[in-house]
Design a protein around this ligand. Structure first.
Ligand code: NAP
Length: 321
């Protein structure tokens, strides 16, 4: 394998970096915040590979600026910031890292629900203030969990919820018969699910179709005792509508790992409410999982540079044969 030039839009784990550095000359963004698109375009002019770290926008303009690109490899599963159609048109295979982050993200998602239901974080804050008082929450046992987006992560959340004695209902655009068998999950229309579920977890990929799918009408349709968890993408939720629903107690509580805007400014009005819990997009953020993601991303990158089939290619039609 000759030396290829690879651009990295952020840092990765030492093992993954060393493996890449054996075969490639690396240009890596180490600056504050996201790499500016202009800098990225400039760096990609003579690059063979792009290691997309940190939800960087990949559009036609960027691809035009990178005539030698053989592969784009992303560490992460959601690819709403990538124009996959444009990659395909340019014949550039694009890969993400599905599978390896499922259990970690499901743990965080169910953890958010549990923390919200039992006010774990609120209890700890009180203890730190010397206030040893009972903080009341609600049972999850016997309640109905509505999963919107019963894919890899949704199913893993459903398994955790079932083990905790919850009933499962779900909504996808198409039915998922294995989940119905394995988890006694009941398929409902989106509207039925909103009315029926005690707790609702959103794990739908962000797309033009799903953007803002939780808005004023949807929050009004939920039970006033509903717990809402978003662990997918902030853009699925209309933040203003969620704020109003929480403020007016149209729903009971929201726990969010993703927000719009993201990062959520510390003085954002959502954070003034007492019935909201927010974590900084840490669904897959465990040492083991992030290492596995980086390893898989590097594997895809090295295969693509050699024009060999990527393991987890999103646009299979242009994957190398
Ligand atoms: P997945 O296996 O592709 O599952 C997505 C599910 O959503 C599918 O079952 C799909 O079924 C359903 N779906 C898609 N569009 C829909 C729509 N418009 N309405 C209703 N259901 C829809 O994906 P995954 O691996 O579980 O990941 C899901 C999302 O989680 C990712 O796209 C990513 O944005 C997010 N994520 C977040 C973190 C984090 O750190 N918080 C970590 C990993 C992933 P149908 O096609 O039948 O509709």
């Amino acid at each position: 394998m000759g030396k290829y030039k690879v651009v990295m839009s952020g840092k990765t784990w030492p093992n993954a970096y060393e493996k890449l550095a054996e075969h490639c000359d690396i240009q890596m963004w180490e600056g504050e915040g996201k790499i500016p698109q202009e800098t990225l375009r400039d760096w990609l002019r003579d690059a063979d590979g792009f290691f997309n770290i940190g939800h960087i926008t990949v559009d036609e303009e960027l691809l035009e600026a990178a005539p030698n690109l053989r592969v784009i490899s992303q560490s992460g599963v959601g690819y709403d910031s990538v124009d996959v159609e444009a990659c395909t048109k340019k014949g550039v295979p694009f890969s993400n890292t599905p599978g390896v982050l499922v259990e970690a993200t499901a743990d965080l998602t169910f953890g958010l629900l549990l923390s919200a239901a039992r006010r774990i974080h609120e209890g700890y804050e009180k203890v730190k203030q010397g206030n040893w008082e009972t903080v009341f929450g609600v049972d999850l046992f016997g309640k109905t969990l509505g999963i919107v987006g019963m894919g890899d992560i949704g199913s893993a959340v459903a398994r955790r919820a079932k083990a905790s004695g919850m009933n499962i209902v779900y909504h996808n655009r198409s039915r998922k018969h294995e989940a119905e068998k394995e988890l006694d999950a009941v398929y409902l229309s989106f509207e039925e699910l909103l009315h029926t579920a005690d707790c609702i977890v959103c794990l739908v990929p962000l797309s033009n179709e799903s953007k803002g799918m939780f808005g004023e009408e949807e929050f009004k349709a939920m039970k006033s005792s509903a717990y809402f968890v978003n662990a997918a993408r902030g853009g699925l939720v209309n933040t203003e509508a969620l704020y109003e629903a929480l403020k007016n107690e149209e729903i009971a509580y929201a726990a969010l790992d993703v927000t719009d805007p993201e990062p959520l400014p510390a003085d954002h009005k959502l954070l003034q409410l007492s019935n909201v819990l927010v974590t900084p997009h840490i669904g897959s953020a465990t040492y083991e999982t992030r290492n596995r993601m980086a390893d898989l991303a590097v594997q895809n990158l090295l295969l693509g540079l050699e024009k060999k089939p990527l393991v987890t290619c999103v646009n299979e039609e242009v994957n190398y044969k």
